[in-house]
Design a protein around this ligand. Structure first.
Ligand code: PHE
Length: 340
């Protein structure tokens, strides 16, 4: 039995040298000294010895257990230190390593154009207001002098939420909201998203952007409209661009004009972008229809006004040479990264 004890002892001592982790060491401790371990088994078998040999053997086993426990504890300390050192080395931070720079974002082309326009109009004394994209039909159509049977109300063009509520088809309902809420002089612009039931293709999108403008005061004339839009065009595109007025029709303005801008691609000589005309259509405008003034509680005998609605998407496309409208709405970061 003494021989077995010595064998266990030497085995444990030599195993102690080879264990490389606290986990392995624990396993070794359980195997040698645990409740079901080798020494306990030996102790349990004392009964097989002659009575007189038992005390000495028992003492020898206990002495061995104590000695082994001490060696195991020592080894445990060693291993812990080693494991801590390794962890420190593994987790060390190389403060000299070059840092990965954060990616710098860019404003969306629409946002860039919108901000420039806001800057331009606020510079001329306009106030910026924002309307709701979900709008009552009453403001979107009725107060804009678009009667019930007008084709613009057709469900083919208009996205209806229910019988009375639409996704605004233009920013013009803000004209009515502002005139009903304020007294002249009024000088406001309202940028924002508008919606129409169009299929998405290279030059159409069911959601696009407009900026409405409205000026109401005494003695406002078409010349004021023209001067304002000319200043706007030159501010945004440079002194060499021109605008031209073409007679048009909108139910809420009278007279009405569509306004073209010198094509930014060919500078007016004619190209594919402007279909050879040298001009790009960018907005609708006109003198506020006296009927609209009166419906909105402003005395059309005393006051007059002009209004315009600028399309932002086409301006942004021209400005950044974006060939397809879908690119404006797909949120592909590669588009923005080119604007950096
Ligand atoms: N609301 C018109 C449109 O969406 C544009 C416009 C605004 C025309 C203001 C005249 C005056 O086409």
């Amino acid at each position: 039995m003494l021989e077995t004890l010595n064998k266990i002892r030497t085995q444990v001592v030599s195993d102690l040298e080879t264990v490389q982790s606290t986990a392995e060491l624990e396993a070794l401790q359980v195997k040698a000294l645990g409740k079901k371990g080798e020494l306990t088994a030996l102790l349990k078998s004392l009964g097989k010895l002659p009575q007189e040999e038992r005390p000495a053997m028992g003492a020898a086993i206990n002495e061995a257990r104590k000695a082994l426990q001490e060696r195991i504890d020592l080894r445990a300390q060693e291993l812990k230190r080693k494991e801590r050192d390794e962890a420190l080395r593994r987790e060390a931070i190389d403060v000299t390593e070059p840092r990965k720079l954060p990616e710098i974002g860019t404003a969306h082309p629409i946002t860039i154009v919108m901000n420039e326009m806001i800057e331009c109009f606020t510079g001329m004394g306009f106030e910026v207001l924002q309307g709701s994209e979900v709008e009552l039909e009453y403001y979107n159509f009725e107060l804009m002098n678009i009667p019930k049977n007008h084709p613009a109300r057709d469900a083919q063009d208009t996205l209806y939420i229910d019988d009375n509520i639409v996704l605004r088809t233009h920013t013009s309902p803000m004209q009515a909201r502002v005139m009903l809420a304020r007294k002249p002089p009024i000088r406001i612009v309202c940028p924002g998203r508008v919606y129409r039931a169009d299929e998405l293709d290279a030059s159409h999108s069911p959601v696009f952007h407009q900026m409405e403008g409205l000026v109401v005061d005494e003695h406002i004339s078409m010349a004021d409209l023209r001067g304002t839009l000319d200043a706007f065009a030159k501010h945004i595109y440079g002194a060499d661009v021109n605008i031209r007025f073409r007679p048009s029709f909108f139910p809420f303005t009278e007279p009405s004009a569509e306004v073209d801008l010198t094509c930014s691609n060919c500078k007016g000589t004619g190209c594919k972008v402007c279909k050879g005309t040298g001009w790009i259509e960018i907005l609708g405008s006109g003198m506020v229809n006296p009927k609209v003034l009166d419906m909105c509680g402003i005395d059309s005998q005393k006051y007059s006004g002009f209004a315009f609605g600028i399309g932002l998407d086409r301006i942004a496309m021209g400005r950044f040479a974006i060939p397809d409208m879908r690119l404006l709405f797909e949120g592909d970061a590669r588009l923005l990264s080119q604007l950096r």
